[in-house]
Design a protein around this ligand. Structure first.
Ligand code: GUN
Length: 293
């Protein structure tokens, strides 16, 4: 079994980004600028946004965070989005999800200027992605493709099974893995909560991408020996082994599955760091496109 090391892979990608950013600065061009809107105080979201800011700064990308209270109205958030849409100093921005329940998430996503939508969530970008046109690819799926590329994993003609159909991961990665390019050209099966004979399908996967949101859902007997397993899940579960009383777990039961898989992403240190690298890559791309560099 070989670990698919997201830390190492993302470090290589971030090195490439920082070289490009340094060149911009040397040429007296302002560094790319990524902004994030964070509504409320969800601890996981706070952690993600802080990690994005730290990673941005490390590669020379300017970062700003707009914190808004949980009581923010939809109208107020739309106004903030409009402000960033029109702020020429900002190349791209994200609205951290999930949003408080009283705010219509889709309405907010659709209010973002597609040229600044570095999450790739706007219907214009989703549509372009589905058609295989140039667009901002959502960060987690593009991080998965980058890790497959980095480890030279053969995807052509392989059976790729995706578990989970979210707009953020499962649905887009299932489209991308079927597209006529590398990584891609796979035969894709998308499984979800209503799938019958799930274990049979997962056990036939050459590449298994798991984004189902349930800790340690995939067990050893659900995985074909020699498969490539990509674990998108991240869960804080109670543990009496660690000092903190918690341990991070994925959607895959690592101990068992790593005995049969040929390649597997760990949690933490697998897909997570790749997601952030994908966002930084999109921010650099946004700066180049929007400023016609
Ligand atoms: N919440 C969980 N993942 C993401 C992401 O990739 N982008 C945003 N904006 N929110 C998220």
């Amino acid at each position: 079994m070989e670990l698919l090391d997201g830390k190492k892979t993302s470090a290589a990608l971030k090195d490439d980004i920082s070289i490009e950013v340094a060149k911009m600065i040397d040429a007296d061009i302002e560094a790319p600028h990524l902004a994030a809107i964070l509504v409320g105080e969800d601890p996981a979201s706070q952690t993600y946004v802080a990690a994005k800011e730290k990673a941005s700064k490390a590669v020379g990308i300017t970062s700003s965070i707009y914190n808004m209270p949980t009581s923010t109205t939809e109208k107020e958030l739309l106004k903030m989005v409009d402000f960033l849409n029109n702020d020429d100093d900002v190349d791209g921005f994200i609205v951290q999800l999930p949003l408080p329940e009283h705010i219509n998430e889709q309405k907010i996503i659709e209010s973002i200027n597609p040229n600044k939508d570095v999450d790739g969530f706007h219907p214009v970008n989703v549509g372009k992605m589905a058609l295989g046109l140039e667009s901002f690819l959502p960060a987690t799926p593009s991080g998965i493709l980058e890790i497959l590329k980095y480890y030279n994993i053969k995807t052509e003609g392989k059976h790729c099974v995706v578990l989970g159909r979210s707009n953020i991961v499962g649905s887009p990665i299932s489209i991308m893995m079927g597209q006529k390019k590398y990584p891609g050209n796979s035969t894709v099966t998308l499984c979800h909560s209503r799938t019958e004979n799930l274990e049979e399908i997962t056990a036939s996967a050459d590449i298994l991408i798991v984004a189902i949101g349930s800790p340690e859902f995939v067990k050893k007997d659900m995985v074909k020996p020699g498969a490539v397993v990509i674990d998108v899940g991240i869960h804080r579960v109670k543990s009496n082994v660690t000092k903190s009383g918690y341990k991070l777990k994925g959607d895959v039961e690592f101990e068992g599955v790593s005995q049969v898989a040929a390649y597997i992403t760990p949690v933490p240190g697998g897909v997570g760091p790749m997601t952030i690298a994908g966002l930084l890559a999109n921010t650099l791309k946004a700066a180049k496109i929007n400023r016609k560099l």
